[in-house]
Design a protein around this ligand. Sequence first.
Ligand code: PLP
Length: 388
Amino acid sequence: MKIEKSKRIKDLPPYLFARIDQIKSEQIAQGREVIDLTIGDPDLPTPEGIISQMKEAVGEAKNHRYPPYAGILPLREAVAEWYWKRFQVKLNPETEVLILIGSKEGIAHLPLAFIDEGDYGLVPDPGYPVYKTSILFAGGIPYLMPLRKENNFLPDLSQIPQDIAQKTKLMFLNYPNNPTSAVSSKEFFETAVNFCQENQILLCHDAAYSEIYFDGYKPMSFLQVEGAKEVGIEFHSFSKTFNMTGWRLGFAVGNAEIIAGLGKIKTNIDSGVFSAVQEAGIVALKSNLGVTETLRKIYQERRDLLCSGLKKIGLNFKPPLATFYVWAEVPPGFTSLEFTAHLLNQTGVLATPGNGFGSFGEGFVRFSLTEATEKIKKAVDRMSKVLF
Ligand code: PLP
């Protein structure tokens, strides 16, 4: 029998990091030591207190049954408490907090709740690839908002044509930003909230990196802006803040109707996160400050190391104030892909070509700081011996 895939997946390029994994395997098969600075997947272990809570919770029979669809109430309460402490944003844990199987899952499902065939969704370019595909999967049309260096990698909302804005149902934003590591000002969030209010657009802000920050900078939640909760929701993740990428735990907070819409999709698709993982998540949120402070110091040391190396080889970039990524311009004469291939061949260092995050990422390359400090030292050492 001929297996015919849907147009939805036939037209889709392979997921960026799946392709990078393949390149890495080919290099390793040739006997090369690859220093992989591509994916943002923390190398450090999940803190011990979270693990021991998980071990205990696994043994409890009540946790072996289906969890409540919206997540266990004590975790939703812990999220609301954390939001209040961290951002001074008040949330109703019953209606304004939804537990997700990682924020990727929530982002991927959200457009199914609000996009009809032919509706537009605004997507940053370069950006986390899931924004665009989630809109396509829902039958919508992604409209790309370029993130340009000259605009500090913030989209210029005044450039969105009025007829597009009128046909748009939702907009994704992400600050601190992956892949550019840019941060948003309060003014930009205010502009975005006003724009969405005027055009009846749902604002979906992805704050997965809000806890990875340096040099005294501290990211805000877009929900701190007046009127934000009327137009939008914010996605968060345990993955980056607590080294928990493998656990699959995230949450969405904000506008109760949007939360309910996403919740309705999820009740038809999944049955939530293992309650033991959710109980461990409570411990994570309650212990947050100590854990992430230590993490930030480690990333800051790595950032300084890598940035000094990239400077030596003459790359142009701004050291990040947040996220664990360095977004650098490729040297003149190279495309993103050519530079990445050259770097890999010459040094064994694997970085992500910027155009993998969208066409406006062309001319850039992204380095991740989620590799051991010793490996980053080695990468810097190898790069400093090569001329570009
Ligand atoms: N949002 C952004 C911007 C990301 O970079 C990532 C992961 O890399 C995610 C969301 C997904 O995180 P998770 O599904 O692990 O919560």
